[in-house]
Design a protein around this ligand. Structure first.
Ligand code: NFE
Ligand code: MG
Length: 473
């Protein structure tokens, strides 16, 4: 962490996935301004050019180990959308089950690995120290209870990954999803094995995860008011309903200015003025470009700035449950955490139902021809963190164009071409900071979004040193 006068830079921000800087300007005990910088270039969209579109699922899964099934689904949807392939009912159910298992893995890990140590005091030994000593409000019995769940969660998170392997072969980066369907037929032994693990996970979510979070929510009720941000929510359809083609358990939706709107993909534009890409007009991903320009002076992030109808949107469990009408308490740090736990329970219960709907000896794959003409498609899904889109154009067996807009790009984005902050930047504004030496509140607000940029491990404090590309300068 580097303190520059009243500017605080947390670099790298730990307990998230990936490499991330957060910088905040603190005045009068509050965050006045904030900058979110992705500091790691991946370039997957560039790597995909010239590859076989049928490999895109496996290549894009490597974007990330924690949301890989979501990429396999979005990629397969994009190519199936281009070629108008309808996959069989069993394939829809098996994809739902694999994504559901990976989502449970993510949500349990996010709470026990990434979140709780912003709120409770762990044991006085590494890796729990050094830590910020500020504002721990839980009683000793409450802390002991959550630490006990913390110790159990490792086994539960492992079990959820094992569930992914039942129909996916391996985890992360499972290989059970292919264009046209899935690879592994449902058999009685596989269904039973999956169900046994699911029951254990469901019990943990109901008996531990949700009650543990309720303890935090009671002690930190002020976090229902902190980190509210723009209040714009975006969700893409997720978990197809096999009996109702075109319908999703989690519906598409846009919520802005306190109103719902119909989703229109033409309103998505990615801005790059503050991102290290060659300067360009805002573009829909259909015609998006990914040409890095690491020396661009005005930029401060490798994350582009996706906007919908010109506005910054967050996505994720809160958006999913909001569109369904299942959770509309508010939009804040604590609401984001609460929706994630409730989504885990909701999805785990649905998974029991999907397992029962599987039909043994029925098709899992729809054969298709790979034509020589040029095709274009888009695949949407609701990943663990929300709205995930893959846009593809291919000719014959080669990808001509591929663009991916992840949920983390939506909410970790920097300022757009109009100078408007990204969603996390905006949510941080107004956050009270009790101790600028230990701005634990910044971590609470930022981590509640479940940012994914891979794992960073340590903090360095160098007072007063200037570093190039400091965004707020
Ligand atoms: Ni790496 Fe991901 C999810 C996707 S990135 S975690 O969920 O897609 O936001
Ligand atoms: Mg992209």
């Amino acid at each position: 962490m580097i303190t520059l006068g009243e500017k605080i830079r947390i670099s790298p921000m730990t307990r998230i996935n990936g490499f991330w800087n957060i910088e905040v300007l603190v005045e009068g005990g509050q965050v006045k301004d904030a900058w979110s910088s992705g500091i790691f270039f991946r370039g997957l969209e560039v790597i995909l050019r010239g590859r076989d579109p049928r490999d895109a699922a496996y290549l894009t899964e490597r974007i990330c180990g924690i949301c890989s099934t979501a990429h396999a689904i979005a990629s397969s949807h994009a190519i199936e959308n281009a070629l108008k392939i309808e996959i069989p009912k069993n394939a829809i159910l098996l994809r739902n089950l694999s994504l559901g298992a990976d989502m449970l893995q993510n949500h349990i890990r996010h709470f026990y690995l990434m979140t709780i140590f912003d709120f409770l005091k762990g044991p006085d030994r590494p890796p729990f120290i050094p830590r910020s000593e500020a504002d721990f409000r839980l009683s000793q019995p409450e802390t002991d209870r959550i630490m006990e769940s913390y110790r159990q969660h490792f086994e539960l998170a492992r079990l959820t990954h094992e569930m992914v392997t039942v129909f996916g072969g391996k985890a992360p980066h499972q290989h059970g999803i292919v264009v046209g369907g899935v690879t592994t037929p449902p058999t009685v032994d596989k269904i039973q094995k999956f169900m046994g693990m699911l029951e254990l996970v469901l019990a943990f979510v109901g008996d531990k995860f949700i009650p543990d979070l309720e303890v935090l929510a009671r002690r930190y009720e002020d976090y229902y008011k902190i980190g509210q941000g723009y209040g714009n929510l975006l969700a893409y359809g997720n978990f197809r309903i096999p009996s109702s083609p075109g319908l999703f358990v989690m519906p598409y939706g846009v919520y802005t200015g306190g109103r719902f709107e119909k989703f229109d993909s033409a309103k998505i534009l990615e801005h790059v003025h503050k991102s290290w890409y060659i300067q360009d007009q805002p573009r829909n991903p259909v015609n998006g470009k990914t040409v890095p320009d690491p020396d661009k002076d005005e930029a401060y992030s490798w994350v582009k700035a996706p906007r919908y109808d010109g506005k910054a949107f967050e996505s994720g469990p809160l958006a999913h449950l909001w569109m369904r009408g299942d959770y509309r308490r508010g939009i804040s740090t604590m609401d984001r955490l609460m929706a994630r736990a409730l989504e885990a329970k909701f999805v785990a219960e649905l998974m029991k139902q999907w397992l029962k709907e599987l039909e043994i000896d029925r098709p899992i794959y729809q054969p298709y021809e790979m034509p020589d003409e040029e095709f274009e498609g888009v695949g949407y899904t609701g990943a663990m963190r929300g709205a995930l889109g893959h846009w593809v154009r291919f000719k014959g067996q080669k990808i001509l164009h591929y663009q991916i807009v992840t949920p983390s790009a939506w909410y970790c984005s920097p300022r757009d071409d109009n100078g408007a902050r990204g969603p996390i930047e905006e949510a941080l504004v107004g956050t009270p900071i009790s101790d600028t030496e230990n701005p634990i509140e910044v971590g609470r607000v930022a981590r509640a979004f479940d940012p994914c940029l891979a794992c960073a491990v340590h903090l360095v404090k160098i007072d007063g040193e200037r570093i190039r590309n400091t965004p707020g300068e």
